[in-house]
Design a protein around this ligand. Structure first.
Ligand code: GDX
Ligand code: MN
Length: 380
């Protein structure tokens, strides 16, 4: 039987309660656990309804606060790691599922699909979804790029959505993750990267299951909201760069289905607001830091102080830029963090205008081909 965990911060209580109810109603689930960041309104709403859900479904619904486990910003990583520890110390379940609490398209089949793959013997199951062409820009430009440049011949760059928060782990995977100090230290948004990295590095088998209806969830305003996630996801990869990873992991990806117009026609972010970003918040130190980058990149980036300039940041320029960042970026340094953000925004604008504009099919083919080219680049 399985434990299902929902880490949550402040979310729409109706959405969270619906998801708790769906999980508690599933035949494979023996317990549902909601893990909060602090005692706020969503926490109170769950506290009020959880016994009712348990009574109607005959499945206990537990509610706890996350422990302080890691040593970076206390965030989703502490939440998820608290869930793994709970599995080991408070239950004898042999599987744990994680789902984001804000998903409005969640359903029982998400749990069923993961259970079926685990029944077939997979150690880890990852859900993946169709994403609009301008969505997943941290996944493509940071995580998959980093995995491709640093561990080109492993399964890492071939994981569809390495940042996905919807997963199943067997108890032995949970034991390995709890025993791994790097994973336990990663208290912030870097946790997804660490879970993906550590499971592949440890040689656990991975099945990726496709959820056709997609993941609908709370939306971001603009790319600025993603700055913390960007910085923490990049820093997580950078910290792993000296690691070696073996090549033989059993990894299977489920076949996908045609993608509906609601996804192919969606624009993922506010382009007009984003165009202005690389021109803002400059200081002398950021200009100095640009000295480490190739001349064409340095000149192109600086031009943004006068007008939006991004034609230069193609996939090759981005790989060169990324390699410099891997060497030189300093997490926690405001100017480096701002510069990383600007560089990434410029890359996203380049991709949006040269590729995403040419349509959904083209942009998906391009993104995949680029990751594949990076694995053959062997720059590092
Ligand atoms: N306990 C706890 N503590 N929960 C948190 C915290 C925290 O500090 N921060 C966020 N959450 C919850 C949140 O309420 C939600 O249920 C889930 O974690 C994900 O957070 P959300 O703000 O919805 O993140 P977003 O941007 O939707 O990203 C998610 O999907 C990304 C992706 O698949 O692309 C999240 O799972 C990312 O880790 C993932 O990269
Ligand atoms: Mn979300």
């Amino acid at each position: 039987m399985s434990l299902v965990v929902f880490p949550f911060k402040t979310e729409d209580p109706d959405v969270v309660l619906t998801n708790l109810r769906i999980a508690a109603s599933h035949a494979a689930v023996s317990k549902v656990l909601a893990i909060g960041f602090e005692e706020e309104s969503t926490f109170a709403a769950i506290q009020e309804s959880r016994r009712d859900i348990a009574r109607h479904t005959s499945t206990p619904v537990d509610l706890i606060l996350q422990d302080r486990i890691g040593d970076l910003r206390p965030g989703k990583g502490d939440g998820m790691n608290t869930g793994l520890r709970y599995l080991l110390s408070e239950t004898d379940s042999d599987r744990i599922h994680f789902y984001d609490a804000d998903i409005t398209s969640f359903g029982p089949e998400w749990i069923t699909q993961a259970e079926i793959a685990a029944d077939r013997g997979y150690d880890a199951v990852r859900h993946f979804f169709p994403r609009s062409s301008t969505d997943a820009m941290i996944t493509w430009m940071i995580t998959r790029t980093g995995f491709a440049l640093l561990w080109p011949s492993t399964e890492l760059p071939r994981i569809e959505q390495p940042l996905g928060g919807e997963l199943l782990f067997t108890r032995s995977v949970a034991e390995a993750l709890v025993a791994d100090d790097r994973v336990q230290a990663q208290s912030n948004w870097g946790i997804d990267t660490l879970y993906t990295f550590a499971t592949v590095q440890s040689g656990f088998s991975v099945y990726e299951t496709y959820v056709e209806q997609g993941k609908a969830h709370a939306l971001y305003g603009g790319l600025t909201d993603l700055k913390t996630m960007l910085v923490e996801c990049f820093a997580a990869i950078q910290a792993l760069r000296g690691e070696t990873v073996g090549e033989s992991v059993n990894h299977e990806v489920e076949a996908t289905a045609p993608v509906p117009p609601s996804i192919t026609e969606k624009v993922g972010y506010d382009i007009e607001a984003t165009l202005r970003m690389p021109g803002q918040r400059w200081n002398d130190r950021q200009v100095e830091l640009l000295d480490s980058f190739p001349e064409a990149v340095r000149t192109g980036v600086l031009e943004n102080r006068h007008s939006a300039t991004f034609a230069f940041m193609d996939e090759e320029a981005w790989a060169d830029t990324y390699s410099v960042l891997l060497e030189s970026f300093e997490p926690g340094d405001d100017d480096w963090e701002e510069l990383l953000f600007k560089l990434w925004v410029i890359r996203v604008l380049n991709y949006t205008t040269t590729r995403a504009l040419r349509g959904y099919e083209h942009s998906q083919r391009y993104l995949r081909a680029t990751i594949s080219d990076y694995t053959e680049r062997a720059v590092l």
